[in-house]
Design a protein around this ligand. Sequence first.
Ligand code: AHR
Length: 508
Amino acid sequence: MAKNAKMILDRAFQISEIDDRIYGSFIEHLGRAVYDGIYQPGHPLSNADGFRTDVIDLVKELNVPIVRYPGGNFVSNFFWEDSVGPVSERPHRLELAWKSLEKNEVGLHEFSKWAKAANSEVMMAVNLGTRGIADACNLLEYCNHPGGTKYSDLRISHGQKEPYGFKTWCLGNEMDGPWQTGHKTADEYGKLAAETAKAMKIIDPSVEFVVCGSSNRAMPTYAVWEDQVLTHTYEYVDYLSLHTYYGNRSGDSNDFLAKSDDMDYFIKEIIATCDYVKAKTRSKKNMYLSFDEWNVWYHSNAADNEITEKHPWQVAPPMLEDIYNFEDALLVGLMLIVLLRHSDRVKVACLAQLINVIAPIMTDANGGGAWRQTIFYPFMHASRYGRGVALMPVMDVPRHDTKNHADITDIESVSVYNEEKGELTIFAVNRNLEEDVVLTTDVRSFEGYRFAEHIVLENDDLKAENSFGCEKVAPKQANEQTALEDGKLTSMLHKASWNVIRLVKSDR
Ligand code: AHR
């Protein structure tokens, strides 16, 4: 017999207007993300610029408003000048982060063109590992200054008359990590980031900055890093970055699905730290968060070590090619729910990454087409139906314990209300692996709305994967699982399932 859960939704329980950039993603010069990913001249599905049109179509299905570029760890030894000008004159370089060979066939101009074709903005990162203030300023002058100066004229001479006008800039990447080229202490990085932001703001006052937070919640300098870095930068930056990747290394799926709660604690702790610095510096402004790397990442770890240790300096080696299974899709759905529940502070988020490298979209390594991983679907649903105002549900749900997490909710949920479109969408995961749950939702404040559809992602096998030409994990319509009567919505949420329940205004 199914368990029962209750929820109240009210249009007054508003968390925040959701910033569309919460559905951002990330493309790094890493593995087959760029080469053989977005760019594959000679492939039958590539356009005249060498871009894979099937990949662009899938990115458009995900509707990704912003893409972080060009790294990641890659950016910490990135010489942007190598990536512009005639392609035949661009140097081949040793890429230190991933021990690959970078031929610079795709650079700033090509990537911007790709992003435009994919309906995305570019979120540009500057190298604060091996470089500093001057190079960051030169890059900004190249990208955003109209003309009449050394670097803006260089851009024009490279065929781009109009400035790119990139708005959101990352001040380096994971600078607290010993693996980072040019790794720094919080004090060293904080001073450099503040001075870089100040100088860049003189060139283009319209830009916004993301300063590096900890690489993850387990870093030894966690929270102290944020305090020290923000103490230097609070008045000059707009967002603090958070990164996290989870994996099911122990094989305990119950515990794996509880890890979205760790993400929730992570965000709450970082908000507290930001607000502490706000108090300490008597600042009037709020620090917002850019969760610019999040995903599941662990399947490919052993294969990646083999490549970097035994076969370094390859062009586009197949690195970080996690093949995701059904339980990974459930965790991605749970992580999306956490992000939306914090949409008052998380304004930017980037699913890391987008193509081939820990990605929702893969391209067949043998020259075939592009295909959708399991995690593609919860992201697509959230991006498609999750625009508007996030609503905080009041929930009374059954709970369970896992090995490392006590008192975990069976059901996690958030709703998004779009008044203009006349739509209310409930996202819900049943992370109980044994039992179905009947969720009764009070939606009386949405008078005049009708039930539109219930979409479900489920599979008997938590380890089911998709592959090129074979989608074992794909969403289905399950309208028989929900009914609306007298302002009460009754939904059957099967064990281990991702659910999207949509209500629309009756006149639509
Ligand atoms: O996304 C893969 C890598 O993970 C990024 O380059 C780095 O920032 C993080 O450690």
